[in-house]
Structures are given as C-alpha cells and as structure tokens.
Design a binder for this molecule. Structure first.
Ligand code: AMP
Ligand code: GLY
Length: 426
C-alpha cells in the first residue's frame, strides 16, 4: 500500500524509514520531509506543508494513499485526522477532540482530575489577579504553564513568587505566547526522574512501545534552557517492570476509559511524560498526542515488528488481535546535533559535511532540520541531525553514536557530550 507521513523532523524520518521496511509498503511519501528522507532510496518527499490540510487530502486522494501517519502536534490539534476521515481517507492519529490532551493543558489537567490520574496539584487561571493571589500561597519553586501549544517553551519553573507572577502576567497578556497563554496552569513542582512512555492506541486497546528517556535541557549536566530534546535512549532503566505495570494501570488505562466515556475514543500515538520520584511516587506531567522527538529515533532502531501492520490495525480497531511488539534487546541511543544558538536564534543554510555512509549495522543518522540546496546538504532548522546507534549496553551504544558525530561538521554545530549519563551512572 502507499503511505503518507506528515512532518519534516527526525521523528518523521525515523517513522517513514521504519514504515518503508514493511513488506506491505509500496511507496512511502513524506510531506514535506527533509534531506534525509529525500536521500532514502525508498522514500519520496512531496512539497506540501504540514498545515496545508486541503493539499494533503488532495495528494492522498490522487495518489491512492491507504494510510497516513501524522508526526507533529500542530496538524493534529488543527484537525487533520477529522479532515482526512471526512474525505474517506484512513489516517492514524488522534482526532481534534482527542488532541486537546496536548493542545490544552487546562483541558488535560481537568481530565486527569476527573479520572483520578495522578498528576501535580494545580489550578487553572485566566485573570492575573486571582493567579497572583494563588501563586503567593504556593511553595517554591512553582511551575507556570501556558495552556495552549507553545513549541515546548511554555513552561516556567519559577524560583521566586515574583518570577512566577511575571511569567503568568506575560502569558495572560498574550505577549509571551499569544492565544496559547490566555489560560495558564499553575502547578506544584515535582521532584524525581522523568521518563517518556508511548503507546499505540485504537480507542480500546493500547500497545506500549519500548521505554525511553530524553534530555530536554541544552547543556551538559541537564542545565540550560529547555529544548525540544538533545538526545534520547531506549530502554529507560528507571522504568522497572513494576513501574511499567503501574503506568499502564494508573495512567494509560484510565485515560483510554475516560476518553471513551466522553465519546471521543483515543486513537493514535499517546505520549505520557512522567515523573518518577525516588520513593516510587508516579505522576503524569503531561500528555502529548504524538511520538516524542528524539525518543522515536532510538525506539525505531529497536523495533523489530512491522510498524505498518500495527498502525494499519490500529486505524481499523484491530489492535486486540495484534501480538506484543518485538524489540531488539540491545540499547539504542541518539545524540542530537543542533545549530549553535538553538533554542535561541541560529543560522541556517550551512553546508553539512562528513555524514557517514549508511552502511554500518545498527548505526543511523536521522535528519531533522536539513534540506538539499544546489546539490549540498545544508542546515534548515535548530535541531539538525540525530546520530543514533544500537549497542550491547548503554555505554557501547553511546560510544557508537558519538563515533558518527565526530565525522560530521558544519559551521557552529553543537551537541551535548553526556547523553545517557543518568542511565550509565545507574
Ligand atoms: P511539559 O511541557 O508540561 O512537559 O513541561 C516541560 C518540562 O518542564 C518537563 O519535561 C519537565 O522537565 C518540566 N516540568 C513541567 N512540569 C513540571 C512540574 N510540575 N514539576 C517539575 N518539572 C516540571
Ligand atoms: N522529546 C520531547 C518531545 O517530543 O516533546
């Protein structure tokens, strides 16, 4: 069958690369894709933006696309799945109503409370006066979040009450994030270790993917500004078999049941961002309605089952018939290379040299912000590449991933040198 993947990041490169390995895949198109998907022998880029829903539907109709897989949150929140379905097209992802779990933190926090899903204590505000009064009574640090989509930048962990009030005022005035800040969530700061937990859901059944952890901050030692993710690995040692079972029972299952009860059963990837405290307390920080980036890259390296088969079954609500997924028992680790300055301003259009030949088994450089210009591969975004490798243990996969990084160059390239340190220290 012909498949369409919507997106242009490292996540979409990894998903499309994996989908194309299915014996059932004919052509796999990526809209709009990047230099990495352009250069894959069995992937085809098409120049349509992720938010141009009419053109995407038109393309799917005229190219006999039997399955569309959506990568990023923005088109999901915009309603791409509903739009495809209204046109009789099969599209894997949450409906617009379901995508609110990511698109509105006010919605999702109230949902967690209603269905007793463990999460940080919180209140939702749309007025600065009531928000300020509440903030002054909270212990420090206190967390202030824009309710809407803010590209991962809408969270402030404030060390003082004044800092929290200033952040709240910036959001509520519309100055900081426009409409996304018209409602804010003020919540308790949680201590512990974060992990990412993904499932593939079809409304009723959820199949968990391998566990993973990412490094969200820009600099070594997990400090500096928050980014979309500087590196990730799978599995996540913090998720013991016992915690795994609790995540399914305390978080995932009540969520699917709640969404069904609301009349909007959840189909798609579902990404739980969790905080696991030393004493085993488990809390849900947030949901995303998509796969994580860069977690997808190491996870796809380990997936041995046929991804196309599974997503196809999910669209038809046949997941209960699927066997458990099978995984490479090795560890996978990905190091993200970014343009210097990211997540602030950075240059684009710099030529990238030294990309390794795609030969060595278990090593793969996924592209994110890249494009082809005049026959050269150049940078075209903040997060540029994700050098990923399998290894017998976390140290070996790290060494193999960094070996790929060593040969790659462009003006002002940057990466963290300590990806995986938490897992290695265990
Ligand atoms: P979110 O977009 O809600 O996942 O927040 C982005 C990041 O901010 C998370 O990955 C955490 O590192 C941090 N964060 C968010 N909420 C909290 C919280 N209540 N306590 C501690 N850290 C948090
Ligand atoms: N890895 C963080 C994210 O995808 O949001």
């Amino acid at each position: 069958m012909n498949v369409l993947v919507i997106g242009n990041g490292g996540r979409e490169h990894a998903l499309a690369w994996k989908l194309a390995q299915s014996p059932r895949a004919d052509k796999v198109f990526v809209a709009p894709g990047n230099a990495g998907t352009e250069l894959e022998p069995n992937l085809y880029n098409i120049n349509i933006a992720v938010n141009d829903l009419d053109s995407l539907v038109e393309f799917a109709k005229s190219n006999a696309i039997e399955l569309t897989v959506v990568g990023p949150e923005a088109p999901l929140v915009q309603g791409v799945v509903d739009c495809f379905q209204e046109n009789g097209l099969r599209c894997f992802g949450p409906s617009q109503a379901c995508a609110q779990l990511e698109g509105s933190k006010a919605f999702s926090k109230d949902f967690f409370a209603r269905y007793h899903i463990p999460t940080a204590d919180y209140r939702v505000f749309s007025e600065i006066d009531t928000a300020s009064n509440y903030i002054r009574q909270q212990a420090l640090p206190v967390v202030v979040k824009a309710s809407g989509l803010a590209a991962g930048k809408g969270v402030v962990i404030a060390e003082t009450h004044q800092q929290a009030i200033d952040a709240a005022a910036g959001m509520l005035s519309g100055k900081a994030f426009g409409e996304a800040g018209q409602k804010i969530v003020v919540e308790e700061f949680l201590q512990g270790e974060e992990a990412s937990f993904f499932v593939i859901a079809d409304g009723d059944t959820a199949i968990p993917l391998a566990t993973s952890q990412d490094h969200k901050t820009r600099d070594e030692g997990d400090v500096g500004p928050n980014t979309g993710g500087m590196g990730a690995y799978s599995p996540a040692p913090v998720i013991s078999p016992q915690i795994h079972a609790r995540i399914l029972a305390e978080v995932i299952e009540p969520t699917l049941a709640g969404m069904r009860e609301q009349g909007t059963p959840y189909t798609g990837f579902l990404y739980a961002g969790l905080m696991i405290a030393e004493d085993g307390t488990l809390k849900l920080l947030e949901y995303n309605c998509r796969m994580g980036d860069p977690e997808t890259q190491p996870i796809m390296m380990r997936l041995q089952s046929d991804l196309l088969e599974i997503l196809d079954a999910a669209v038809d609500q046949r997941l209960h018939q699927q066997a458990e997924l099978s995984w490479d028992q090795r560890t996978a680790l990905g190091v993200v290379m970014v343009a210097g300055g990211y997540p602030g301003s950075y240059d684009q259009g710099d030529e990238i040299t030294g990309l390794p030949e795609p030969s060595e088994d278990g090593c793969k450089v996924f592209h994110a912000g890249t494009q082809i210009q005049g026959g050269n591969i150049v940078t075209a975004g903040g997060r540029v590449l994700c050098a990923t490798a399998l290894g017998d243990n976390i140290s070996q996969s790290r060494d193999r991933a960094y070996r790929q990084v060593e040969t790659i160059q462009w003006n002002n390239a940057y990466c963290r040198r300590d990806i995986g340190h938490r897992a290695i220290n265990r």
